[in-house]
Design a protein around this ligand. Structure first.
Ligand SMILES: C[S@@+](CC[C@H](N)C(=O)[O-])C[C@H]1O[C@@H](n2cnc3c(N)ncnc32)[C@H](O)[C@@H]1O
Length: 213
């Protein structure tokens, strides 16, 4: 039986945390955002980026969700520090002190983690920070954003801002619930190497992770 644990007004619309047996689900604006059942591609997003870097990497994770990507980053031997940018205070609270805390063994309490409560698209316009890896999973994909404003991230303007945040040799990793050939082309216009990695899922189109450097 599915139980609604909390419903709040979020920046991207109504945000619901549900429990279905052992699994938790996050729904935003009626659109399924994330659950705690799988997580393979969310882990690949950060592991694939960290595997391409030297030890001690400084990583940005865009979108906390249920913390699968964050947990994978902290478990990777080459990640030294992680900054998570998440715009929904409720998502941060569910992960910090609420039911999602058990999903990632209290990852937010790890001293290597800083959580920034902000809209990533807005934050990118003014931050002067630099990273070895930018791991982005705030939407269902470049062509299926959860809110209209997020589309800027995958457009030339947003990609230009991301490139400026990357240290030399750094990696941009982006998650999607499906292929997005036009986005691949935009990445190829800016990066020397673009890898598109499909990740099979139990039903439907594979997830896709891009690694660009
Ligand atoms: C699909 S979930 C991320 C899943 C995550 N990779 C994991 O392992 O659980 C997307 C997250 O991005 C957040 N988000 C969406 N748009 C955002 C934005 N513009 N800025 C910051 N966070 C955003 C959502 O609130 C949600 O927590």
């Amino acid at each position: 039986m599915v139980e609604v644990l909390e419903t709040v007004a979020g920046h991207g619309g109504e945000l619901v945390l549900r429990q279905d047996g052992d699994a938790f689900e996050v729904i935003e604006n009626g659109v399924f955002l994330m659950d705690t059942r799988g997580g393979e591609s969310e882990r690949l997003l950060v592991n694939g980026a960290a595997d391409r870097l030297a030890p001690g990497a400084r990583m940005l994770i865009g979108g906390l969700g249920v913390g699968f990507s964050l947990r994978a980053a902290l478990d990777h031997p080459d990640v030294g520090e992680v900054v998570v940018v998440e715009r929904e205070p409720a998502v941060i609270a569910w992960n910090r002190t609420g039911p999602l805390r058990t999903v990632h063994s209290d990852a937010l309490a790890d001293p290597r983690v800083t959580v920034v409560e902000a809209d990533l698209v807005t934050w990118l316009r003014s931050t002067g920070e630099a990273f070895d890896a930018l791991c982005l999973d705030i939407d269902n994909g470049p062509e299926w954003t959860v809110t209209e404003g997020n589309a800027e991230l995958y457009a030339p303007t947003g990609l230009g801002r991301l490139v400026r945040l990357l240290r030399p040799g750094g990696v941009l990793a982006v998650w999607s619930a499906g292929a997005a050939p036009a986005f691949t082309e935009r990445l190829r216009e800016r990066f020397a190497s673009v890898e598109v990695v499909p990740v099979p899922v139990p039903r439907g189109e594979p997830d896709v992770v891009w690694f660009a450097r």
